[in-house]
Design a protein. Structure first.
Lengths: 447, 235
């Protein structure tokens, strides 16, 4: 293994929102060996905040992306076993033409299997299929003191459930077994509806969710008055063979964003203009077409490094799930907070969530999820705190994968499963070897 | 890089046999390639250590048996060490020189004899830009590769007319396990990018391939620099 040189330019590691902390990462093909004595694994770094960043400046994370082999696949059950560094984009590329797909996909395909487990990702089909963890059969994890364990619902279930959504804090995920799903064709039927108001959006989301497996909505959170919360509802389902073209669908072309846009280019005014354009570009009320899965699942991936649009200051994301009954009020209150701070969310996604994930720290639970993308401001921390207060008032919680600024006090109030998680962590990682900047901030581990 | 190249070959339907030092790792790599393969053809493997020439003949025989006679041999194995380590550790330096130069050539000789006996084939070997000129940070590693590159060039001159196609791959800095932890310079390549170039070179029979391609120009310039400048610079 080549010796490590700490690169000083750019120093450290970055979250997707451009949160930046000192540290270094090492990568290699033998994950089991490489992860020995290291505090954290890191995949493709799509967590927005500090979840994949290191707690101390001298620490070295393990980049898993070279440990990406397929190990076995059972054609009769769809059970796939692979190394944790395998990228979803690659998995889709290999299996889509064979008519198999991941049971749950998040909003980007540039994530690793390990990352998907650690965040217990959810997708547009959460209301029917739950989180990724529900479809995971077993995991191979390097826990504290070098103990490598195969865990599942029947073998060391405590470790298994703590690792799903556990943000890498129970150890290094080395291998993942997940049940893939059979799909009828490589194409999808997509339907989009323009909605005039938040009420219409929520009502339609609810109604369509009964018949469509993939649903989500984009909302305009800047416009005030009657049009507040208007947007576009996105629906998707796999196309049956007779509905689909005979050839295999092609992945979307992607272009790299070559440079950072100036910070501040995305502000309340420009975002309002952008929202208007997007809303108006949807001619007519309803549109239906047959498209490639990339267009349904990964509209953002077509510009790689799209996070550069936020400039070097970056973005802060806030994703929460709140009680369904008072969801509408919660959303309106959050929009009010954004307005108060002069902030605007460039990309707002609303999703109805189904069953709670099995992972001890798993994010989704029944209710409405709201994801806000806000260019980083000076008062972002204050704003996040106020948003969190709303979340608390509506019995909700936040998504750790997006989080970089929530205070430990606020987080504690949101989640009553924390003690159970920490107990399992203490059992499997008695020396608290595994820690991230996020764990230092939220649990006092590693800081 | 071997992994990236073998994946490309498997996905387009080529049948493969792997040689390497760790049987467990070979098994996992073989499983990965079999699953990716166009026809799911089982990929075979056998242990073979570049530092142990006694195992070469048998390994090649096993490959021949599994594939019914191979037509292409790709050598990606090598030892690597940083300049500091090689300058300090004479024993390791010697091991590296033997493995990368003498043993690799010994292996190539056995491989090329088999290929020639069946009318020809392709021998693709990974050398390095480090062999293009003696340079401060890599003079020992570079020496091992310089010798290898010269052998490959001579081999090409000698046997191309008899059907043996020699492809010498010269990677510049590529971000792989071998270089993990080192700070990448400009023009650093990704394994998949290099793999695409290599597979195309194998298909076309290109005798020398720089990967990424920019390195051809970089090395052209470096080779042209006068000695007194080479003594001054750090690269």
């Amino acid at each position: 293994m080549a010796p490590l040189t700490r690169s000083t330019q750019p120093p450290g590691l970055c979250g997707w929102g451009r949160t930046h902390l000192p540290g270094a990462e090492i990568r290699g093909e033998n994950l089991a060996r490489l992860s020995e004595g290291r505090p954290l694994s890191r995949g493709l770094g799509r967590s927005y905040g500090d979840a994949s960043l290191l707690a101390s400046p001298d620490a070295v994370a393990v980049n898993t992306t070279l440990a990406d082999r397929l190990l076995s696949f059972d054609e009769s059950t769809g059970l796939l076993r692979a190394e944790a560094g395998l990228c979803l984009a690659e998995l889709n590329r290999l299996f889509l033409p064979r008519l198999w797909f991941t049971p749950v996909t998040p909003g980007t395909k540039f994530v690793t299997l390990g990352g998907m487990v650690a965040s217990d990702v959810h997708g547009k089909n959460h209301h029917v299929s739950g989180t990724f963890g529900r479809h995971v059969e077993s995991l191979l994890v390097r826990t504290g003191r070098g103990v490598v364990v195969e865990c599942s619902r029947t073998e060391h279930p405590d470790l298994f459930f703590a690792t799903l959504g556990g943000m890498g804090l129970t150890g290094h995920i080395l291998e993942v077994s997940v049940r893939m799903v059979r799909i009828p064709s490589t194409w999808m039927v997509s339907e989009t509806h323009r909605v005039e108001s938040l009420d219409e959006l929520l009502a339609l989301l609810d109604e369509k969710g009964k018949t469509w497996p993939y649903t989500a909505a984009w909302a305009d959170t800047v416009t005030r008055g009657k049009g507040r919360g208007r947007g576009i509802l996105f629906l998707g389902r796999w196309a049956e063979p007779h509905e689909a073209p005979p050839e295999v669908s092609k992945g979307g072309l992607s272009i790299p964003m070559p440079f950072d846009l100036p910070s501040g280019l995305l502000n309340r005014f420009t975002i309002r203009v952008f929202n208007e354009l997007v809303y108006r570009s949807h001619f007519g009320k309803t549109r239906r077409k047959v498209v490639s899965p990339d267009q349904v699942f990964y509209p953002l991936d077509w510009v790689r490094n799209w996070n550069r649009a936020y400039g070097s200051r970056g973005v802060t994301q806030h994703q929460s799930v709140v009680n369904k009954a008072t969801g509408r009020e919660a959303l309106l209150e959050m929009m009010g907070v954004l307005e108060k701070f002069g902030a605007a969310s460039f990309l707002t996604v609303i999703k109805d969530c189904g069953e709670q994930g099995e992972g001890l720290l798993s994010f989704p639970k029944p209710g409405i999820s709201l994801a806000l993308d806000v260019p980083m401001l000076d008062r972002s921390k204050e704003m996040i705190h106020e948003l969190n207060e709303i979340v608390l008032r509506h019995s909700g919680r936040i998504y750790l994968t997006k989080d970089g600024m929530t205070t430990p006090e606020d987080f504690r109030k949101m989640d009553d499963r924390i003690d159970a998680f920490l107990e399992v962590k203490r059992r499997w990682d008695p020396d608290f070897e595994f820690r991230s900047a996020q764990s230092a901030r939220l649990f006092g581990i590693g800081g | 890089m071997g992994r990236a190249v073998s994946r490309r070959l498997a996905e387009r339907g080529d049948r493969l046999f792997l040689l390497g030092i760790d049987a467990k790792e070979l098994e996992r790599s073989a499983a990965d390639l079999t699953l990716r393969g166009k026809d799911r053809d089982p990929v075979g493997f056998a242990e073979c250590d570049l530092e142990d020439p006694a195992c070469f003949e048998q390994a090649l025989s096993l490959a021949d048996a599994h594939l019914g006679g191979f037509d292409t041999v790709i050598v990606t194995a090598a030892l690597f060490g940083t300049g500091e380590r090689l300058e300090e550790d004479t024993v390791f330096a010697h091991r590296l020189l033997v493995a990368n130069f003498a043993n690799t050539i010994a292996f190539c000789e056995l491989a090329r004899k088999r290929l020639l006996s069946r009318g020809g084939g392709t021998l693709c070997v990974f050398s390095s830009v480090a062999g293009d000129r003696g340079r401060k940070p890599v003079f020992i590693y570079g020496a091992s590769k310089a010798g290898l590159s010269t052998y490959l060039e001579g081999l090409d001159h000698r046997f191309r007319s008899e059907g043996l196609v020699t492809v010498c791959v010269k990677p510049g800095f590529v971000k792989t396990q071998m270089t993990a932890g080192l700070k990448p310079p400009p023009f650093a390549g990704e394994p998949d990018q290099v793999a695409a170039l290599v597979v195309r070179a194998i298909d076309k029979g290109t005798p020398v391939v720089y990967a990424p391609r920019a390195w051809a120009l970089v090395m052209f310039v470096i080779r042209a620099l006068p000695r007194f400048i080479m003594r001054k610079v750090g690269f």
